[in-house]
Unconditional design. Structure first.
Length: 700
């Protein structure tokens, strides 16, 4: 047996347990050291209570091992286990007429000799437990006459009298009022801190768990989803996926406290009244979606479904008009035509987690037809994993649908949150911050002008992303520039021009450098009628050179070429401060002198700093005074330009707070994403952050 096994308070290894033939826990492994206070959280049915029952020996594991204080649970006698482990269940009832004092005294049973009665030290321990839990005044009352909250306090007093080395708590404060809830948790916290008692607490109260537990274990479907400090576990994206509801997580920048609040899901801003949604489902994958859409007041249709399918039964129960096919038959032309007609009158088509085979892949024809007519189509990601057609037809169709700009969703809560903004304008954040908020000119799969028209009423700025090469160019015509200028005047819109990224202003080859300069000058001359807020430029290192591989010997030559290119660019009517140098893979201090000497500005790209492992706070402190443009985008699976909910809330809050400080510099903050789903999620995050900006502004 290892040293860890001997000294750990609780060690769970490969635990599988459940009831009869229904497994609940599926390979749980967890190590809890002596003196830890750990909260186990998760939705109903996740396996939290089953875990506690396994730890107390009430159910026998099907597989795996449990060790308490280094000993196998099955080798510990019931009497000794009662001295080591105290259990606070969700509720306790007794048919006997025990008083509160007698209930608390039961905590000393395992410490007494056979038929012994509490005396001396035992009486002092009982009295202390009564006083600690504010139950001393009710010592003579019968336990059966107490309220739910009073019973819970008496049970906790009994466990305290037990003086265990480990306390297992199952929703210990569920029946308590606010005052006693905090008091009980402070008692447990004090025992944990002063006596070193190990505490494992199951709770639905995320905020209480985050406040009192230094470590949280999030359980879902019998498995551990996340394990760590509260700020690491309580992530908005994780909680939305696990709890299947929209939440907001706020982190206190000063003390690191974490607060979770449910977002209003069925309030007017999330109401679907007057909107029609057609759902493609089957095999039970659509039941939760159909239920939520009906609750949110959407008019819902569904199909094609086979008669007798569980989703068809849900539709019948909810009075949802459904296109049905004969049971066990492939989708036929008549049923598909009816479903096509339903989708044709809908405002959106939702494709659930349907397993696709040759019999129902025709349902994707319905989604494609809707997308080509310009309707909003939302598809649960991962169609390829649900493709059982012999020629991977569903996966191919999915890729074609993605090219048409469909919106991807990940959970029922994600879909309910996305639908309102997908069907119509989401939050308007124009003139809502002390800086100009913008995004890119490629949010929907269309050219620059349609994107600008869509965004002009919702934001202060649009970053015109331009590229030009021998193969392809998106430079707008003179007529398009005139239209962009007109929109800007009418909508109080500004433009940030992102210069082509395939330029090499620091190239060793003088011809390449000069060609890059000419490309930038051509863009500047074309867009000058737009009176751009800023031009954003990449000072790339040599082609293929990463942050680590940039040779020191080449740095001076590279910076010399950059210096010449800057002077060439500033020979036009562009003001030095309008030219913003973007933070990239290399350490920005390599070009810091060029920026300062030429009085240029900086584009502080938060996503790039995170991607390449730089200290964001240090860069904000060092360069914010010279920063004119900030790029915001999150990271997911090693890729950037994702929605800003992927940015740590504390970091994002700190940045917004810094941007709200009046320092005489007008700035544009660009949500630099390239898709409608990422954009709408980011807009929701910024809408929620408005409160932070208002608080800072009021303080100033």
């Amino acid at each position: 047996m290892s040293a860890a096994m001997k000294t750990s308070a609780i060690e769970i290894e490969g635990l599988e347990a459940g009831y009869r033939d229904a497994p609940v826990l599926r390979g749980i492994s967890c190590l809890i050291e002596p003196g830890e206070m750990v909260g186990v959280i998760g939705p109903n049915g996740a396996g939290k209570t089953t875990l506690l029952r396994a730890l107390t020996g009430l159910i026998k594991p099907a597989r795996g091992t449990i060790r308490l204080l280094g000993e196998n649970l099955e080798d510990i006698s019931a009497r000794r286990r009662a001295r080591l482990v105290g259990v606070v269940p969700q509720s306790v009832d007794t048919p006997m007429a025990f008083t509160v004092e007698e209930i608390v005294a039961m905590g000393r049973t395992a410490a007494l000799k056979s038929w012994g009665r509490p005396a001396g030290r035992d009486r002092r321990i009982i009295e202390k437990a009564l006083v600690y839990t504010d139950t001393a005044d009710m010592r003579g009352r019968f336990f059966s006459e107490l309220s739910g909250g009073e019973k819970q306090r008496a049970v906790i007093a009994m466990v305290l009298a037990q003086e265990p080395r480990i306390i297992l708590m199952d929703e210990p404060t569920s029946h308590l009022d606010i005052n006693h809830r905090i008091e009980i948790m402070q008692i447990v916290e004090r025992l944990n801190g002063e006596a070193g008692v190990t505490v494992l607490m199951v709770s639905h109260d995320l905020n209480l768990s985050a406040e009192f537990c230094r470590r949280l274990v999030l359980v879902h479907h019998g498995r551990i989803v996340s394990d760590g400090a509260p700020a690491q576990v309580l992530k908005e994206e994780t909680l939305r996926r696990v709890y299947e509801c929209d939440v907001r997580v706020q982190c206190g920048p000063a003390d690191g406290s974490v607060t979770v609040a449910p977002a209003p899901r069925l309030l007017p801003e999330h109401s679907g009244r007057g909107l029609r949604v057609h759902v493609v489902a089957g095999g039970g994958c659509g039941a939760e979606i159909l239920r939520r859409l009906v609750l949110a007041e959407y008019s819902v249709t569904c199909g094609v479904l086979n008669g007798g399918d569980s989703d068809a039964e849900v539709c019948e129960a909810l009075d949802i008009d459904t296109a049905l096919e004969t049971p066990f038959s492939p989708v036929g032309s008549e049923a598909l035509a009816r479903a096509m007609k339903m989708a044709g009158t809908a405002d959106a088509v939702v494709v659930c987690g349907v397993p696709f085979g040759t019999g129902n892949v025709a349902n994707l024809d319905l989604a494609e037809a809707a997308a080509r007519r310009g309707k909003t189509v939302l598809i649960l990601d991962g169609v390829g994993e649900r493709d059982y057609t012999p020629d991977r037809a569903a996966a191919r169709r999915f890729e074609e649908l993605k090219a048409l700009g469909v919106v991807m969703w990940e959970s029922p809560a994600d879909l309910v949150r996305l639908l309102p903004s997908a069907l119509g304008p989401g939050p308007c954040l124009k003139r809502r911050f002390p800086f100009r908020l913008g995004t890119t000119s490629y949010i929907v799969p269309a050219e620059i002008l349609p994107n600008v028209r869509m965004l002009a009423d919702r934001l202060d700025d649009v970053e015109i992303v331009l590229f030009e090469s021998d193969e392809i160019s998106n430079l707008p015509s003179a007529e398009a520039v005139s239209e962009l200028a007109r929109i800007a005047r009418e909508k109080d819109l500004s433009y940030t021009i992102h210069l082509p990224i395939d330029i090499r202003l620091g190239a060793a080859d003088e011809a390449v450098r000069r060609a890059s300069v000419e490309k930038c000058l051509r863009v500047m001359r074309l867009t000058r009628p737009l009176a751009p807020f800023a031009y954003v430029a990449h000072f790339h290192a040599e082609e293929g050179r990463s942050r680590e591989k940039l040779p020191a010997a080449d740095i001076d030559r590279w910076r010399g070429a950059l210096d010449r290119s800057v002077k060439d660019l500033l020979s036009t009517e562009v003001e030095p401060a309008e030219l913003c140098v973007e933070t990239l893979a290399y350490p920005f201090e390599l070009v810091e002198e060029i920026v300062a000497r030429n009085r240029l500005s900086i584009c502080l790209d938060l996503g790039h700093l995170l991607l390449y492992g730089y200290d964001v706070s240090d860069n904000m402190e060092r360069y914010m005074g010279q920063t004119r443009v900030v790029h915001l985008h999150g990271l997911a699976e090693g890729k950037d330009h994702r929605d800003i909910s992927k940015i740590e809330p504390v970091l994002l809050g700190s940045l917004i707070e810094r941007l709200c400080v009046e320092d005489g510099v007008q700035r544009v903050v660009t949500i630099e994403v390239f898709g409608k789903a990422d954009f709408e999620r980011s807009m929701e995050v910024m809408a929620a952050r408005r409160a932070d900006a208002k608080v800072v502004a009021a303080a100033l």
